[in-house]
Design a protein around this ligand. Sequence first.
Ligand code: SF4
Length: 507
Amino acid sequence: MTLIRQQDFIDSIADALQFISYYHPADYIRALAEAYRTEASPAAKDAMAQILTNSRMCATGHRPICQDTGIVVAFVKVGMQVRWETELDVVEMVNAGVRKAYLDPGNVLRASIVSDPAGARLNTHDNTPAVVHVELVQGDKVEVRIAAKGGGSENKAVMRMLNPGDDIVEWVLKSVEGMGAGWCPPGMLGIGIGGTAEKAVLLAKEALMYPMDMHELKARGAADFIEALRIELYDKINALGIGAQGLGGLTTVLDVKVLDYPTHAASKPVAIIPNCAATRHIHFELDGTGRAEFVPPNLSDYPDVQWHPAQDARRVNLDNLTREQIREWQPGETVLLSGRLLTGRDAAHKRITEMLARGEKLPEGVDFTNRFIYYVGPVDPVKGEVVGPAGPTTATRMDRYTEAMLDKTGLMGMVGKAERGPQAIESIRKHAAVYLIAVGGAAYLVSRAIRSAKVVAFADLGMEAIYEFEVEDMPVTVAVDSRGRSVHDIGPMEWKKRIGMIPVRAM
Ligand code: SF4
């Protein structure tokens, strides 16, 4: 019989979450370093260099890899020979660990969880509750696999009850093409096959908790049907040409993990959950001897990649930029932004557009005339920082507000991540505006370009408040130019054609 003490369990959960907030798993770093080495698309290679540089900075600075520090998901397997010394249940203990980790003053993490999701959506302020799956198993240990899952990648999860005769590969390829870049590739896909609807989704999530080993698998060859399926999916998904951040390139996925389970003869449930550039998970066991220990990676395991802006990058001053100047910008071009930038994301956009619809004036300090807005919800600063990690959030969610923002506020441009939908692109073209992307998963690197930050409106929205940032040489890429041309259409189509494994349909 093993005795597990409450504080050991809580401290282990908290330590694990702090650890993964700034250390990528070693297998992810190895796989990304290899993908970086072989990438032939300059735009995708540049994005990977930013993610690798950011990763090393986070490892040395002990600050989050991404401003979205995730929703906590834990798979807890409790041995049947385990006894607990606690007055809490397992879920309460996990939540106590989450609270401790996310409120740690030395490396404060962003609280992203809202209660009442269908209604008021109020932030719980300590990132609880976690999503916890507890299973009773044979043995005398407690085994935990825990992740801090990014919202952008979780939002792209898909599940389908296929017919037994349907082709899984065909459905996965179609689904991945439909996901766009909001899941911040390069990352990995977890695929669950079989069971029932909810079992397939759980399998897909659990599959993401295992280390990447695609290179080893390809080297030794598939030993069974599932391994052969993983290789086929890995090769064909990468042949779609989506590339890092959807810019077009050779690597979209670093691995594809598949778990399966017996199912009903009439069913073939399949679920896909992507994991992003901020892949954060860890595995530990408790055997009654105390809290878990986590060994930091050796910095020599990180590739020697130091991102620097391209020599020929266009430098612009946001404070005196004109609409004539932005007309010259081309899709895929790198731009370094300096000057003042307003921020805002979902809740701020909703409030602004409601105020505009009622004919109300926007708050003082919120004048978008010929300005740019950055879709971001930063981490709170610590230890003299101006702002914590502050990477972009998915722009697609702001599409519904884009026409009103461009038409009624004088806004000239937007900075976010991932592609825009057809309506937003049409608005950008109509108003001769521009949409730029920063790299998702390079939040600490991006935040180094922010020289000052102050909240100018909607302070009650917390991380969703409107800030004014003063930036210097903030690296972005032109994603939709003033003529409505999108790099997320042009890039993947070009690379799919170059790779030549999958036929390209005319647009
Ligand atoms: S890398 Fe992208 S999807 Fe992942 S947590 Fe960060 S912003 Fe979200």
